[in-house]
Design a protein around this ligand. Structure first.
Ligand code: HEM
Length: 428
């Protein structure tokens, strides 16, 4: 008799209640894993979806790259566009990755670091001189957006502000019902998408300025030897803005929230920060606060990514039947690697925020906040650089405190962020 078992199913048919529960309940997947095991299937608004957790199921999935392809929900697919590398597979995906990867090489990061440091210093000044409490989460969003828009794409001033406001409209509908009813968030997002692409194409056609990194794309374009239309490149830039700011802003806001709500962790980190110099030189910026030089900071970032992953799960579609943790998953199923549940699945105090665990050698292999394999996040190094620089640059200079009587709980979609914006002021 085969040791492989059929796929357990929640029994949901239309998937309406499942979808509602998914958006409202952060323990959606955990509750079903507890009942049905590490691999189960359900329906989300008519889309069948297989959720997986645990090292074995995830390793089984990643060990079969040829048997799977990328997938995103219909709303994301439509808002990103058919050219976007996120919606491509095989050779067209690989070629676009190679081009875009030029923007995130170590020499590119070195070029961006003075711009990032400047933004952090400006934020520090703003906090120091503010007469009223400031919403730190909103400041982190602005910062992460500016890094991509200004430092990477070279867009400044009014142009950046217009991009930002259209992007806020666009992002709100990312995980929505993709029916463009007049006045619906999805319809507004489609209109914002048109304006965004027009602007991005204008940026691509403007003479290359010395501010951003767009000149770096040229080398990659020659290398892959495929004609890229303006529509195509425009959609890749749209993807970068999307992928780069919501996620990084979430990681930064959740990290600051943990430090501000856990003074003993902040003191533990400050012992390390106090011995680190600010600002670093551009050639030092990417290495001076790395895990060797700042192990506590590294452990803190890992714990934030474990505890409140900015991307709750990543997706693959099976092109053929697969065995995941001894369960048979048929062909043409969407699989979601459920990071939130997976990161807390196992023995020990995994429901507690405790950065020290990473210095004790716990959970090093199974954390995948940036996804894995052929589609692993292209902006991982940039995101890590931004986070490290922000923590050292801001907290090295300032002592912040939260304003009491605000809602510190996290809104989960599209990425975790404190509901009341994390209002802070300088410690008296
Ligand atoms: C803390 C910040 C970030 C997190 C947690 C994060 C996480 C992720 C995850 C989970 C994926 C899916 C990977 C997969 O399917 O295996 C992804 C894809 C991607 N990310 Fe990030 N990301 C972050 C920041 C960034 C930044 C700053 C950029 C660039 C500006 C970026 C660009 C991308 C791109 C282009 C993809 C698509 C890769 C592909 O489909 O081949 N990300 N990211």
């Amino acid at each position: 008799m085969s040791k492989f078992r059929p796929l357990p199913n929640t029994g949901a048919l239309t998937g309406i209640l499942e979808a509602l529960s998914f958006f409202r309940d952060p323990d959606f997947a955990k509750k079903r894993f507890d009942r049905l095991g590490n691999v189960f299937e359900t329906s989300m608004l008519g889309q069948s979806m297989v959720f997986i957790q645990g090292d074995k199921a995830i390793a089984d999935l990643l060990s079969e790259p040829k048997a799977v392809e990328g997938w995103w929900p219909a709303s994301v697919q439509q808002l990103l566009g058919s050219h976007s590398l996120a919606n491509r597979n095989g050779a067209p995906h690989k070629a676009r990755r190679r081009v875009i990867a030029q923007l995130f090489s170590s020499s590119a990061l070195q070029r961006y670091s003075p711009g990032i440091i400047k933004l952090i210093n400006e934020l520090g000044e703003e906090l120091k001189t503010a007469t009223d409490p400031l919403p730190l989460a909103e400041k982190m969003r602005r910062f992460a957006f500016s890094v991509i828009a200004t430092t990477v794409l070279g867009v400044d001033g009014k142009d950046r502000d217009t991009l930002f406001s259209d992007f806020e409209i666009w992002t709100k509908a990312l995980f929505s019902v993709p029916i463009p009813l007049p006045g619906s968030p999805f319809n507004r997002a489609l209109k914002a998408r048109k304006r965004l692409l027009k602007k991005l194409k204008k940026i691509l056609n403007a003479p290359i300025n010395s501010k951003g990194g767009l000149d770096l794309l040229a080398g990659g374009l020659d290398e892959v030897d495929i004609p890229f239309s303006d529509d195509d490149l425009g959609e890749q830039l749209l993807l970068l803005l999307f992928a780069g700011y919501e996620t990084t802003a979430s990681a930064l806001s959740c990290l600051m929230r943990e430090l501000l709500l856990n003074p003993q962790i902040e003191s533990w980190l400050r012992e390390e920060i106090n011995s680190l110099h600010w600002p670093p030189t551009p050639d030092q910026a990417a290495i001076v606060y790395d895990p060797t030089n700042a192990p506590r900071l590294d452990a803190l970032v890992k714990e934030v990514m474990r505890f409140t992953p900015p991307v709750g799960g990543f997706f693959r579609r099976t092109k053929q039947s697969l065995i995941l943790d001894d369960i048979i998953v048929p062909q043409n199923r969407v699989v979601q690697v459920a990071l939130i549940a997976s990161n807390r699945h196992g023995v020990g105090d995994l429901n507690v925020f405790r950065p020290q665990r990473h210095l004790e050698g716990e959970c090093s292999s199974s954390l995948m906040p940036f996804g894995a394999g052929e589609r692993v996040c292209l902006g991982k190094s940039l995101a890590e650089l931004e986070i490290r620089l922000m923590v050292i640059g801001l907290l090295g200079k300032l002592q912040l405190e939260v304003i009491p009587d605000q809602d510190f709980s996290l809104r989960q979609i599209p990425s975790p962020t404190p509901r009341d914006g994390l209002l802070v002021k300088i410690k008296a």
